[in-house]
Unconditional design. Structure first.
Length: 509
């Protein structure tokens, strides 16, 4: 198994190192790095804007670019958290607790150096985890029938909705709404239009580009357009030689990096967790096992090393269930899954055998992209900080322009532009009411596949619902769903608001 994986990885490097694929990988990590620095410009909105561009691209280049945006944004987000106490993205909110105090102590360069090292270690472990674990999962997944796939998708939907931030009930409601949007259009068996209300443009269903750009482009723009908080850059001048940690710093930070890496990789295997939960959990664990927990929050280097390594390990590991099982763990993975579907590629157990260039090329590109990010971040920190001085009134109109161009370019159809605007306004209303729209995308992507496998299971069993309990693997996933629901009810009944998390002033939502 190991020798086979290494051989396949070598094949992947041959794909990823092709000049045009290297170029798209660089474009992705560069855009992701810039997005990570800029507050409010989320990964979801950026990938949504870039999605129409992938229509004319080859599948390998398209997924390499979009994946590069995802993990590239994590590097840029750490810079603002440490130097400016500005958590541009949720996974880096916890980094502010010790990163910014280190900056005020004159050790911001050391914090950044430890972050780059920890991030690379965490990402490297996540890549190796995907290299060796994903093929094993595929061998298991090949034994799945319709009932097993349906139960697994149900677990992914429940985990993605109940483990998302905010109220679990609101998360479930948004997931159900996404499922309903997913069945708009022609019936998968009879071809009869459903829920189209006589609008012929909806006979083919709601476009994923319109949904993504509306929910995570226009809605986020409307929600953050009035942010005008001043940014203090007096601590942001960091020289290159200041970034190399001393032997004492490295000796203290390295064990924390290893622990954070393992915790992040474990969180990646649980659908619905993602890098944000991984970073907070790893910080809490590191503080709990420390002999001097009172130093956390006052510039403890372990409070920077552990969550950053955990974040990057989780980000890379998130690709495992998405690519090998076709189950996205969060909204970003759901959007990447949708991008592959647009290219005519269905992520799942058959992906490695049917499209080895996409799978192994993507894994190899992770190594290449992470090396690019280290090279980009070390000498260009000053430039990234300067980007923060761009006023919002200039930044967001340009984003809106690209959203409109991107939507129209998909099918040259003005109806989709209006559809995006309507979804965007609806998404903004949801945000104001405390309903986060991310589970909608999860339900929308998985909905049609869930319905298809549910129908197959019912046809095979002649309408007997107990088929989901009669098959052992399916029964296991159903029991996990029940356990997840019971755990949420227990936490709500015990604490009123579920398990507590760290709250950082100014943390981006």
């Amino acid at each position: 198994m190991v020798s086979s994986a290494l051989t396949d990885l070598w094949y992947g490097f041959g794909i990823a190192l092709e000049p045009h694929n290297v170029m798209w990988c660089f474009v992705g990590v560069l855009i992701g790095n810039i997005v990570g620095v800029l507050p409010g410009m989320g990964v979801l909105a950026t990938i949504s804007i870039l999605l129409p561009l992938t229509f004319g691209m080859k599948p390998v280049g398209a997924i390499l670019m979009l994946a590069g945006v995802f993990y590239g944004a994590q590097y840029g987000g750490a810079i603002c958290s440490i130097l400016l106490n500005l958590p541009c993205h949720p996974p880096h909110a916890v980094t502010c607790l010790d990163g910014y105090p280190m900056t005020k102590q004159g050790r911001g360069g050391v914090a950044l150096g430890v972050t780059v090292i920890g991030s690379f270690i965490g990402a490297s472990f996540g890549i190796m985890e995907m290299t060796f674990l994903a093929p094993i999962l595929v061998q298991v997944a090949l034994q799945f029938g319709p009932s097993e796939v349906c139960s697994l998708m149900l677990l992914g939907l429940l985990a993605g909705s109940t483990l998302a931030r905010g109220s679990p009930i609101k998360g479930v409601a948004m997931t159900v709404f996404g499922l309903l949007l997913g069945i708009v259009g022609a019936d998968i068996e009879t071809g009869t239009p459903r829920f189209a209300f006589g609008i012929t443009e909806l006979d083919d269903g709601v476009e994923i580009v319109a949904l993504a750009l509306g929910l995570f482009g226009i809605a986020e723009f409307m929600n953050t357009v009035n942010q005008t908080a001043p940014i203090d850059t007096k601590y942001a001048n960091v020289r290159l030689r200041d970034m190399w940690p001393s032997k004492k710093d490295f000796k203290e930070a390295f064990p924390a990096m290893i622990r954070g890496t393992f915790l992040g990789s474990l969180c990646a295997l649980i659908p619905g967790t993602g890098p944000t939960i991984a970073s907070f959990v790893s910080y809490a664990v590191e503080k709990k096992i420390s002999k001097n927990p009172e130093t956390f929050g006052h510039g403890n280097i372990r409070g920077v090393a552990c969550p950053e390594a955990s974040t990057h390990s989780s980000v890379q590991g998130d690709f495992i269930p998405t690519m090998s099982l076709g189950i996205p763990g969060d909204a970003v993975m759901a959007l990447l899954l949708g991008a592959l579907t647009i290219q005519g590629i269905v992520p799942g157990p058959q992906l490695i055998s049917q499209h080895p260039d996409v799978f192994w090329g993507l894994i190899a590109s992770f190594w290449i992209g992470n090396i690019m990010l280290v090279i980009l971040n070390v000498p260009m920190i000053g430039i990234w900080v300067k980007l923060l001085t761009i006023p919002y009134r200039y930044l967001y109109p340009s984003a809106m322009f690209f959203i409109c161009i991107g939507v129209y370019s998909t099918n040259n159809d003005m109806f989709q532009v209006g559809e995006t605007v309507a979804i965007g306004i609806f998404g903004y209303i949801l945000l104001q009411l405390g309903f986060h729209p991310a589970p909608i995308l999860l339900g929308f992507v998985l909905g049609p596949r869930f319905e298809e496998n549910f129908r197959r299971a019912m046809l095979i069993s002649r309408g007997d619902l107990t088929v989901f309990l009669q098959r052992p693997i399916s029964a296991f996933f159903v029991s996990m769903c029940v356990l997840l629901i019971v755990a949420q009810i227990f936490f709500r009944a015990r604490g009123g608001k579920g398990p507590k998390v760290l709250v950082v002033p100014g943390a981006a939502e």
